[in-house]
Ligand binder design. Structure first.
Ligand code: DC
Length: 221
């Protein structure tokens, strides 16, 4: 079974996808982390982020793997754990070069489908329900007001010791939203058969209960 969860940054995807995966004993697939991982490697190795060809070549010689499962799953690049490094603002600001490159996306999609072929998966990203797993048994599209999404992201960054301003986070988020939803390759769009959930006023428990209810109903049918 595949559960696809899409939505913009800060919509609550990651927290809920991890929780659902843990509850169901499914594998958690964080596809944003994969785009971030290749961004990190490109920055480390000085690859030209504007060159799709160079990025595709880099992807072909890079091993992106996950160790552990559920909440504890950690991403590695060529065997090196980069779970922390890929969350840096530097990587966040550059990831659009990688996620906007059609050739890289094709390779990522193949890799993501391969991960999922091994068992039950909760996959989160921007194109899970539309491109990567169009046949997913259950699809969710999470959304929330930008102020709320920025508040959540600001809290996370502060908790991890990053010095940022709330206004700066709102601004970055607006830029990222625009890039994610207007790029020509697999822009963030809702699959027509996804369940739309506005998480602005929902607690994580409220969201969890709602999603589990929907999945249980799907399993019973
Ligand atoms: O979910 P995230 O913030 O970790 O994702 C990082 C970036 O990768 C984000 O700006 C959009 C992009 N992304 C994508 O284009 N497709 C996905 N399936 C997942 C993420």
């Amino acid at each position: 079974m595949i559960i696809a969860i899409d939505g913009p940054a800060g919509s609550g995807k990651s927290s809920i996808a991890k929780k659902i995966a843990k509850r169901l004993g499914f594998t958690y697939l964080d596809t944003g982390a994969m785009y971030r991982a290749l961004t990190w490697k490109a920055m480390q190795t000085g690859v030209n982020l504007e060159s799709e060809d160079a990025l595709c070549k880099l992807m072909d010689k890079t091993s992106i793997t996950f160790q552990g499962s559920g909440e504890n799953a950690r991403i590695s690049v060529d065997g090196v754990d980069v779970a922390q490094e890929i969350r840096s603002p530097a990587v966040t600001n550059k990831v659009h070069h990688i996620s906007g490159a059609a050739g890289v996306r094709r390779r990522m999609v193949t890799l993501q489908q391969k991960f999922a072929s091994e068992g039950n998966v909760v996959a989160e990203g921007r194109d899970m329900g539309t491109v990567v797993f169009p046949g997913a048994e259950k699809k969710f599209f999470l959304d929330a007001d930008i102020e709320e999404r920025a508040k959540r992201r600001f809290g996370e960054l502060q908790a991890s010791g990053k010095k940022v301003s709330y206004e700066g986070v709102v601004e970055d988020m607006e830029i990222r939203d625009r890039r994610d939803s207007t790029r020509s390759n697999s822009p963030l769009t809702m699959s027509p058969d996804a369940i739309y959930i506005d998480t602005t006023k929902l607690t994580i428990e409220g969201l969890f209960n709602r999603i589990v209810r929907e999945i249980k109903a799907a399993l019973e049918n």
